[in-house]
Design a protein around this ligand. Structure first.
Ligand SMILES: C[S@@+](CC[C@H](N)C(=O)[O-])C[C@H]1O[C@@H](n2cnc3c(N)ncnc32)[C@H](O)[C@@H]1O
Length: 242
C-alpha cells in the first residue's frame, strides 16, 4: 500500500493507524498497564513465543506491540537486532528505560509505529511476532499487508494472543473478576467496527482462521492458524512465512 492509498484508507475508515488502539491512550490506560506491570515485565507467554520464533544472532527482527519489552529483551540477548514497535507513548517510555539497562542495547531500537504502520523498509525483516497485541490492532487487513511488506522472502511471523476467556486458561478467574461485562461500559458498545464481539477487556477477539486468511491474501504462505495450547495456556495462534 502506498502512502497515498494508506491516507485514503485511514480517511475512509475514520482512524489514524499510527496511533494504536484508542483504549491504550491516556492516563487510565497507563494506570491499567502499571497494575499489569509485574506480569508484563517478565512474561511466560513471551518466553514461549520467542522459543517458537527462535531468533538467532545477526537476524533482524520485529516485536509488534512490544509493551514493556519482554520479547524485545529475549531477542536481543539471543543476538538478534530487534526493533520494538509500539504506538503508545507511555509504553515507549518504559521500553526506552528498559533498553538502557540491557547489555545488548546497541541491538535494540524502540520505534513509534503500529501493526498497521511498521516503521521499517520493505523486505528488511527475518522474523516478526506480536504477543497479546493482535486484539489491539485497529485494522487487521492493513496489518497483514504491512507484515507481508516488511518480511524478506522466507521470513517468518508468529502472532499469538492468549485466550483468557477460555476457562482452561490459568488466569481465567482473575481475568473474569477484573473485567466486568463491556456491554455495560460507557465507551464500548459490545461490538467492533464489523460484527465482531468485543471481549471483556474491551478489545476485539481475533479469529485465528480469519487472520490466517488475511495473511494468505497478503501473499504469505505456510499459514498455520489455530486455537491451541502453548505452555498449557489456550492461545489464538497464527504463523506464516513470506
Ligand atoms: C497487552 S499489551 C502486550 C504487550 C507485549 N507484547 C506483551 O506481550 O507483554 C498490548 C500492546 O499492544 C499495543 N498496541 C495498541 N495498539 C496497537 C496497534 N495498532 N499495533 C500494535 N500494537 C498496538 C499497546 O500499546 C500495548 O503495548
Amino acid at each position: 500500500m502506498t502512502d497515498a492509498d494508506r491516507r485514503d484508507h485511514d480517511h475512509e475508515h475514520g482512524h489514524e493507524h499510527g496511533h494504536g488502539h484508542a483504549r491504550d491512550q491516556g492516563l487510565s490506560a497507563a494506570v491499567r498497564y502499571l497494575r499489569l506491570a509485574p506480569r508484563m515485565w517478565r512474561s511466560e507467554i513471551n518466553e514461549a513465543v520467542l522459543e517458537v520464533v527462535a531468533p538467532i544472532a545477526g537476524e533482524r527482527v520485529l516485536d509488534i506491540g512490544a509493551g514493556m519489552g519482554p520479547g524485545m529483551v529475549l531477542a536481543a540477548k539471543a543476538g538478534a537486532t530487534v526493533t520494538a514497535v509500539e504506538p503508545t507513548p507511555f509504553m515507549r517510555r518504559v521500553l526506552h528505560g528498559r533498553r538502557w539497562f540491557q547489555r545488548a542495547r546497541s541491538r535494540i531500537t524502540v520505534a513509534d509505529g503500529s501493526a498497521e504502520r511498521l516503521p521499517v523498509p520493505d523486505g528488511s525483516i527475518d522474523a516478526a511476532w506480536s504477543i497479546n497485541a493482535m486484539h489491539h490492532w485497529v485494522d487487521r487487513e492493513v496489518a497483514a499487508t504491512e507484515i507481508a511488506r516488511v518480511l524478506r522472502p522466507g521470513g517468518r511471523v508468529v502472532l499469538v494472543d492468549e485466550d483468557f476467556e477460555d476457562p482452561g486458561h490459568p488466569d481465567h478467574e482473575r481475568f473474569m473478576a477484573r473485567h466486568r461485562d463491556p456491554s455495560q461500559d460507557e465507551d464500548a458498545d459490545g461490538h467492533g467496527s464489523g460484527n465482531e464481539t468485543i471481549n471483556r477487556h474491551g478489545f476485539t477477539t481475533v479469529d485465528a482462521e480469519e487472520m490466517g486468511r488475511l495473511l494468505a491474501d497478503s501473499g504469505l504462505t505456510e499459514i498455520e492458524a489455530a486455537n491451541q495450547l502453548l505452555r498449557n495456556r489456550p492461545v489464538i495462534s497464527v504463523t506464516a512465512r513470506r
